[in-house]
Ligand binder design. Structure first.
Ligand code: PHE
Length: 362
């Protein structure tokens, strides 16, 4: 290869660099010239076979070509990069006046039942209650018999129970009609003293503006040696004040009857309806929110406790009911209609976690 050949090679390569229309084409040129098997690299390799006196001059010449081509490649790459950026900037536009699209944290909603469930557990946890659980599909024994509701007791009819098909031995499973079977399960599994709440779903064959076939209750149970009716009243009053976030609540304890408590009471909360708004602690309207009483000695006996040694109270609170009251939602059926508009209106932000320290609903 003569010096003229080298000149021609340099010109060819520089022309190719100048002619590369985009970054990919430029890269092809680079590989063809300076890559492992590129034309300049091949020339460098051939130096070894040359006589020593020619090698130096030729080597310098080839290096000169290499430098020139490398510089041209660098300059061309810079030009192409700048062009590509300018093109992107002019083709991609963001309208900064558009509203920011909300992510799942902003758009998602917590159902009022879930929110109120958390509010209730927060309040009772603060009073030292533990959370207990039981199955939705229950035995007749846990839902009725052990709760002092024997076969043929009229209370069984009142419960509008959903039964499963009879099994071979004649027994039937059922959907629990209240959370009270969790009392039985908890006492069967542990020794007193006990202080638990059991929130959960319950089922009754019933439907109108204030009843749905599935709804939610929280059971409460305290068993020890000296808990009495005064404690029950205090706990329920303290709960209502914390839950409704008011200094005073009007509560009405009415004598009632449940087979598993003696004495038994139903509790109403007083409220006023001002326009569409519900005000707790004022007015002369009443809504029943719970049933309660001192645990019946037969129930204690049924779980192997000695009623001459331990006693206590139980209550069953309607979660959906007090959610309606607190947040002014008039129709219970809408709770379970899965209507997105309803959920957007009444639902809670994902990060609105109720805590007593911060204020339950702020
Ligand atoms: N289980 C009763 C009901 O569902 C409520 C209740 C619970 C009453 C505990 C007294 C004690 O109506």
């Amino acid at each position: 290869m003569t010096p003229t050949d080298l000149d021609t090679l340099q010109r060819d390569l520089l022309d190719a660099v100048a002619g590369a229309g985009d970054l990919a084409a430029l890269e092809d040129v680079r590989v063809a010239a300076l890559g492992k098997k590129g034309r300049i690299s091949e020339l460098m390799k051939s130096l070894g076979a040359m006589p020593a006196e020619e090698r130096k001059a030729f080597g310098q010449a080839v290096n000169g070509v290499k430098t020139a081509v490398a510089e041209a490649l660098g300059a061309r790459k810079q030009a192409l990069d700048a062009g590509a950026l300018a093109e992107r900037l002019s083709s991609e536009r963001a309208d900064v006046t558009l509203p920011v699209r909300q992510g799942p944290l902003g758009e998602g909603r917590i159902h009022p039942v879930s929110q109120v469930w958390d509010e209730i557990t927060e309040i009772f946890a603060d009073m030292g209650f533990a959370i207990a659980e039981g199955p939705d599909i229950e035995t007749d024994h846990h839902n009725f018999t052990a709760l002092n509701i024997p076969e043929e007791h009229p209370a069984r009819q009142e419960h509008d129970t959903f039964y499963f098909n009879e099994r071979e031995d004649g027994s039937r499973m059922l959907l629990r009609t209240h959370t009270s079977p969790v009392q039985i399960r908890t006492m069967e599994a542990s020794e007193p003293p006990l202080r638990i709440i059991a929130p959960g779903r319950v089922y009754r064959c019933d439907s109108d503006q204030t009843h749905t076939p599935m709804f939610h209750q929280v059971e409460g149970l305290v068993i020890d040696e000296e808990t009495h009716l005064g404690h029950l009243k205090w706990v329920l009053e303290a709960f209502c004040k914390a839950f409704f976030e008011v200094d005073a609540v009007k509560m009405r304890f009415r004598a009632s009857h449940f087979p598993f408590t003696e004495p038994s009471m139903e509790v109403d909360v007083g409220y006023a309806k001002v326009g569409d708004e519900i005000r707790i602690g004022e007015g002369d309207q009443w809504l029943e929110i719970l049933g309660c009483g001192m645990v019946h000695p037969n129930v204690l006996r049924n779980v192997g406790y000695d009623p001459s040694k331990v006693q206590g109270f139980a209550f069953g609170l309607g979660i959906d009911r007090i959610a309606m009251l607190k947040y002014g939602m008039p129709d219970l059926r809408a709770f379970f209609a899965a209507d997105l508009r309803w959920l957007r209106h009444y639902g809670f932000g994902v990060l609105d976690v109720p805590t007593l320290a911060r204020g339950l609903s702020r």
